[in-house]
Design a protein around this ligand. Structure first.
Ligand code: SF4
Ligand code: FES
Length: 358
């Protein structure tokens, strides 16, 4: 099979993070600081990624700003002709650090907000004064010549603040707002009953987004991702397994997606142990679900199979116990009806207590 080069590398520099969002997509077993790879490892990987054809690097974590060498890594990626994006909570940044990152060539900053009010946001992230710091940092980004995206992760406990979140993102000068309902992997799966919105609340949110998209047309782009549990068609997770991007975990393992290690039996390679090109093109974990050869009915004969690649393997595993099953977000999957029923039940559970990482 001719394997096109990846467009993007997701560099999880660390799993350390001062916040504790109850929907964090990091694995339940976090990499320890001692397992993190040194600057020399990432520099050599970035150079290899550039040769392989990677066009963008998303520096993320945990909280990537917890790494002291972040500006050096950004500068190295820029010098290699790669577009750089920082996905951050913002709480460890200030003007001096932001100026340093801009000077290193950082092109784009994505800052997550946990709510529109201090009370909600600081409770969800379990970090006092985090919201105020985020707002200060976000306001500085456009003036330093970098693009700003605000990430708003929505769920039952902050959905009422959606109109205020959109107005806030606009007032911060964001070029783009990504409104994403929680997807239930990692910590989010553990907190599902406390986070799941009802179908009615979701419909109301859809209408709010449609109204504001119209209002802000030409001023701020709004992307919108609905929860899989209420969807009829699955998303092509990661743009298809081994098709467009890959993740490098803090310990240096190269993964097809951030939750791939939940799938039993997959064998992951560490960058540096084999050439990155070999890992991407013929590594066993990437071959496992690349393309359509692994599919069964109903995916194998479905006209959508090269569009969504059967949805998310990790969600199929979490919900059916079988990573080869059709993602239950698909209306053709046998377990599809159960997903929406489960969502409705959990939305009505009245459970509000959140389980945090620490
Ligand atoms: Fe996608 Fe498979 Fe559903 Fe077809 S049957 S829409 S390929 S998940
Ligand atoms: Fe692993 Fe979707 S998170 S395939």
């Amino acid at each position: 099979m001719n394997v096109p080069p990846p467009l993007a590398m997701v560099a999880e520099l660390t799993h350390r993070c001062p916040l504790q969002c109850p929907y964090c997509s990091n694995p339940l077993g976090l990499a320890k600081a001692g397992q993190e790879q040194p600057e020399a490892f990432w520099r050599s990987l970035i150079a290899e990624a550039a040769v392989l054809g990677v066009l963008q690097i998303h520096f993320t974590g945990g909280e990537p700003c917890a790494r002291r060498d972040l500006a050096e890594l950004v500068a190295h990626a820029s010098a290699n002709g790669i577009y750089t994006n920082l996905i951050t909570s913002g709480v460890l940044l200030d003007e001096l650090k932001l100026r340093g990152l801009a000077g290193a060539g950082l092109a784009h900053v994505q800052i997550s907000l946990q709510g529109a009010t201090t009370q909600t946001a600081d409770r969800i992230g379990n970090y006092r004064n985090g919201h105020e710091t985020k707002l200060k940092v976000a306001r500085l980004v456009p003036g330093l010549g970098m693009s700003l995206t605000i990430n708003a992760v929505m769920h039952r406990q902050n959905l009422a603040e959606l109109p205020a979140m959109i107005a806030l993102a606009e007032s911060l000068g964001a070029d783009r707002l990504e409104i994403a309902h929680v997807q239930y992997h990692g910590w989010a799966l553990r907190n599902r009953a406390a986070l799941m919105p009802s179908r009615d609340a979701l419909r109301a949110a859809d209408a709010v987004v449609a109204e504001w998209r119209e209002k802000l047309r030409g001023r701020m782009a709004i992307d919108y991702v609905i929860p899989d549990y209420y969807a009829d068609t699955p998303k092509s997770c990661m743009g298809g397994w081994g098709q467009k991007s890959f993740v490098v975990a803090p310990d240096g393992r190269v993964l097809p997606c951030h939750a791939a290690e939940t799938i039993p039996g997959l064998e992951f390679q560490r960058a540096g142990e084999a050439p990155l090109r070999d890992i991407w093109e013929t590594g066993p974990a990437f071959l496992a679900f690349r393309g359509t050869g692994w599919m069964r009915a109903p995916c194998i004969t479905c006209p959508q199979r090269e569009e969504d690649f059967g949805g998310c393997r990790c969600q199929a595993l979490a919900m059916t116990g079988d990573a080869r099953a059709t993602d239950p977000a698909c209306h053709l999957a046998p377990g599809h009806g159960r997903l929406a029923r489960l969502a409705e039940q959990e939305a009505a559970s009245g459970q509000d207590a959140l389980i945090y990482r620490r």
